[in-house]
Design a protein around this ligand. Structure first.
Ligand SMILES: Nc1ncnc2c1ncn2[C@@H]1O[C@H](COP(=O)(O)OP(=O)(O)OP(=O)(O)O)[C@@H](O)[C@H]1O
Ligand SMILES: [Mg+2]
Length: 499
């Protein structure tokens, strides 16, 4: 039997291909960034063809650097930035427009229109999601309305929709000559077009949004054989796992029991709690979403607190302000001062997601005086991620009735010791990082490996989880609550900016 499993991790900022062995150790890895396109304030696009090229490049590079061949891989899994929307031509493979990225806010007027016309309840009840600029459904609608002739072609079956998982699987399995058009339940649950209970596309919502059904992929489980790679260094290797990136991290952290949760600190920050086979409806501003479905086993659901901007704010300091040369430099800059000097940064660049869901919020820096330096701003940038996490964690505990004693964390920002200590302080509980930090790719490899018997089952996967570092809270109660009170005040200053 082949010794390894591969995982494509197509994220918001970069694409990775990682090869794991049976113990979960990384055998080979490659990563490439792609361009972020900002045509107007609030608009965020990617070129899907660039993403497809980068994906092929990282696969080829990771295979080559360790002299790996198709026969070395038992299967591959795919994990992806969720919600990001691609519409392309079935005959040519060409996208009809750039991909509309999850953070893009251009459909805000449609959100207002549907809230007025239909209200939130129908969408919340059927899909677990409030109407928001975040999800794919209204993004598809925007493309069909704004690309000349697109709706007609979609009706005739000439155009296909996919999130990035679907787009990559279609291309990897042959594209215009025989590519397979599928998605998994986790990605489908982020379109706002899938009924969370039946796991099928919802005709009523498709009618409301005027989205023709023939353009949608078929919805499958997260772990089964979808097809095989048609070309390249892995031709013939089966694709046997698909999970949205945040669900993949939940799986990679081995959170298979109800009540287990993880927080991933990447471009945004996403706290997910497994709620088992029970679909828990949020009353405190969280999303209800599919966690995973392994083959024929029942679906597991999750509650999710989504934060749009976390590591992206560090990148903004780097790219837009030129304040640091690399993301990791933010830590030494922030350590130049003892505290935030009264400065709070609310990064509502795409509005505010959980628990507020305010499309019309925009970013603010509050509490500035002549005392403030760039070091205070760097500190406020890091702290904003910790404060936002506390807000979604509090909502999670209220919705689930479960108190989290320890927070499992992963993602690029957990290399930042200052942030993780402050996170533990502001939550007043332990924060623990596992040995394997690439939990997103790892989770996709778990889903793929389960389908082909590479892993024997969930206990096999649970046994692989191991702690690397734990941070313990060390802040006085008074200080903690004063910080959090000021944060809450700063958040209100970001509200209702866009009219
Ligand atoms: N030491 C650090 N301190 C603070 N932020 C950091 C540090 N290292 C990386 N980051 C931030 O973490 C993010 C990258 O994390 P990660 O690699 O998990 O994201 P990603 O998987 O590329 O994100 P996505 O999947 O959303 O594209 C970047 O936004 C970067 O600014
Ligand atoms: Mg990622």
């Amino acid at each position: 039997m082949s010794s390894y499993i591969g995982a494509v991790d197509q994220g918001t900022t970069s694409s990775r291909f990682i090869v794991f062995d049976r113990t979960g150790r990384i055998v080979s890895a490659a990563q490439k960034e792609h361009e972020q396109i900002y045509p107007k304030p609030g608009w965020v696009e990617h070129d899907p063809e660039e993403i497809w090229r980068r994906t092929q490049e990282v696969i080829a590079f990771a295979m080559e650097q360790r002299g790996l061949h198709a026969a070395d891989l038992a299967a591959i899994g795919i994990t992806n930035q969720r919600e990001t929307t691609v519409v392309w031509n079935r005959k040519t493979g060409a996208a009809v427009a750039n991909a509309l990225v999850w953070q893009d806010t251009r459909v805000a007027p449609e959100v207002t229109e549907f809230v007025k016309r239909v209200g939130q309840d129908l969408f919340l009840h059927k899909t677990g999601l409030p109407l928001s600029t975040y999800f794919s459904g209204l993004k598809i609608r925007w493309i069909l309305e704004n690309v000349p002739g697109a709706r007609q072609k979609a009706r005739e079956g000439e155009l296909l929709f996919g999130n990035i998982d679907t787009y990559l699987v279609w291309n990897l399995t042959g594209g215009a000559s025989g590519g397979i058009h599928v998605t998994d339940v986790t990605n489908a649950s982020r379109t706002q077009l899938m009924n969370l209970e039946t796991l099928e596309w919802d005709d009523e919502i498709l009618d409301l949004f005027e989205i023709p059904k023939p353009m949608l992929p078929s919805i499958r489980s997260s772990s089964e054989e979808y097809g095989q790679l048609s070309a390249g260094p892995m031709a013939g290797v089966p694709i046997t796992g698909i999970l949205g990136d945040q669900q993949a991290a939940l799986v990679g952290q081995a959170c298979f029991d109800a009540g287990e949760a993880k927080n991933t600190y990447g471009t945004g920050c996403f706290l997910l709690m497994n709620t088992g086979e029970k679909l828990v409806r949020s009353r405190h501003g969280l999303l209800t979403t599919a966690a995973y479905k392994f083959g024929d086993a029942p679906i597991h659901y999750a509650l999710e607190g989504s934060i749009a901007i976390a590591g992206a704010l560090v990148q903004w300091l780097r790219d837009n302000l030129g304040m640091i040369a690399a993301s990791s430099d933010v830590e030494s800059l922030a350590r130049g001062v003892e505290d935030n000097g009264g400065v709070y940064f609310v990064p509502a660049f795409s509005g505010l997601y959980a628990p507020y869901w305010k499309d019309s919020a925009r970013g603010v820096i509050a509490g500035l005086t002549r005392y403030a330096t760039k070091a205070h701003i760097a500190r406020a940038v890091l702290e904003s991620t910790a404060f936002q996490t506390r807000e979604v964690l509090e909502a999670m505990e209220k919705d689930s009735g479960i108190s989290l004693q320890v927070l499992r964390v992963d993602g690029g920002m957990v290399g930042n010791n200052t942030l993780m200590q402050f996170q533990s302080d502001i939550l007043d509980r332990d924060v623990v990082r596992p040995v394997i930090r690439e939990t997103t790719a790892l989770g996709a490899s778990y889903a793929a490996g389960l389908a082909v018997g590479f892993f024997s089952g969930l206990d096999d996967l649970r046994a692989k989880w191991a702690a690397d570092h734990t941070w313990h809270p060390a802040m006085e109660e008074n200080a903690r609550e004063a910080y959090y009170r000021n944060w809450k005040k700063a958040v209100t200053r970001s509200f209702d900016w866009v009219e």
